[in-house]
Design a protein. Structure first.
Length: 126
């Protein structure tokens, strides 16, 4: 749980998730739902940053606020609120998300996010 808290603290900070790179396995899978700006799975640190660069391009000053963290063995389900402003429009956005973080040997090996809590719970094995 502490690793996930550190990941969100970094992600919401000035340097973003890059500040928490040491928490991620070099072969990490970053999975966006098909409804995302760029759906699909990205691999490795470079792939993760490519996906996150798309978020940076679409939204200004965004944060992911973890409301609840649920231990699921080698996974953690995070119930999160995403808050941002559209980069071009300035329109405020506040959306519930669910993040499933998977660990292996103390490193994050997979990050998958959802806009469907039941689907996220299934992915977390709950």
């Amino acid at each position: 749980m502490e690793t996930i808290r550190r990941a969100y603290e970094a992600w919401n900070g000035e340097e973003g998730i890059r500040a928490a790179l040491s928490l991620f396995d070099p072969g990490v899978e970053f999975v966006n739902p098909e409804s995302a700006i760029e759906g699909g799975t990205r691999h490795g640190h470079a792939g993760m940053f490519t996906a996150l660069d798309s978020v940076d391009a679409a939204f200004a000053d965004y944060v992911h606020t973890p409301e609840q963290l649920i231990d699921a063995g080698d996974k953690v389900l995070a119930l999160v609120t995403f808050r941002a402003h559209g980069r071009d429009s300035g329109v405020p956005v506040e959306i519930p998300e669910q993040h499933v973080w998977t660990f292996h040997e103390g490193k994050i090996v997979r990050f998958e996010w959802f806009h469907d809590e039941e689907q996220a719970r299934r992915a977390a094995g709950l």
